[in-house]
Write a protein that binds this ligand. Sequence first.
Ligand code: ADP
Length: 374
Amino acid sequence: MQKVGILGGGQLGRMLLQSAANYPVETYVLENDEDCPAAHLCHHFTKGDIKNFDDVYQFGKGLNALTIEIESVNEDALEQLEKEGVKIFPKPAALRIIKNKIAQKEFYKQAQIPTSSFTTTQNLAELKTKEDFVPAVHKIGMGGYDGRGVQIIRTIADIDKGFDAPSVLEKLVSIHKEISQIVAVNEKGETALFPSVDMVFNQDLNLLDYQISPADLPKEILWKVEAVSLKVARDLKSPGIFAVELFIDKNGDVLVNETAPRVHNSGHHTIEANFSSQFDMLWRIILGYPLGNTSAIMPAAIVNLLGADGFNGEPIYEGLNDLLKMENVFVHIYGKKRTKPGRKMGHVTILSRDKIDLIHATNKVKQIVKVIST
Ligand code: ADP
């Protein structure tokens, strides 16, 4: 039986492990928090820091393969393990490109992959010399996740909000839609595309409102999304799952925003809505089985369950009973021990053949359920 390790024990690791139960595989998780969502679902749990060379190296030695649930891992240790014969999904070379937003943008440019035009800045003083580039978005090169490393610079007055560290300064795109396209690549270089996902943002709160798949796109735009995403995944020259996030701008142009070299939040609905889920697909890739069928069984929407404002502590899922009365609604609770405002505590997948129904149901779900605490 193959021994496969996951770096990180959050909700993505947990869902990967739920899928692993279908395969002949012995699973290992490395994570600092013994109470993390994945800790009790793996065969072997190791407490340790995924950013630390020795912790990652010792954990990976002797395993057949390793994968990640987050980019902020020690890639030097992964590179060393790769040299010693451990298979890494994604390859450390691909991870290195993606981990640094400067390297990632340069990769798109070199590969002639459409992306917003950009320049780089080493520090705040240099940013201040780039007034001509505003309106723009400043993104820190390393270490910024979940919007924390991104500042929108609409006017010159905003320039002080920028980062005093190596960063990318990209032109502000007039976004019509944000799309996620998940691509699977196996070791033979064979690929499979999942149906694309519409990521719908709440403009007032600047928060992801819900996601819906397949995305509502004219054919010509969908073809571009698929072609561009396939090129990103192929040019990274690594097997794995790649979530390519794209903008469709107001002119109908397709631009790559960024890529995650791993299973992704925008693919959670594939557990119920597609024949092979993104998690199932990653196991097929790691274990060397044929790629799965990515076709949608039914259109789906995802609503995230976020910790409600004003509540910190042991979570209570208010309204769960009513939620479970809804038809074709699937609840995923991540098992986090504490809730806090805005923390991702779970998600709900809704299936329906009718897109209008789906949108109604997402609103209903948001009204019914609330994550509070004792
Ligand atoms: P993170 O990796 O932290 O999620 P992103 O690069 O995805 O950061 O940016 C977060 C959000 O900021 C995007 O979803 C998008 O709404 C907005 N954004 C990012 N880059 C641009 C851009 N060049 N033009 C306009 N909006 C952008």
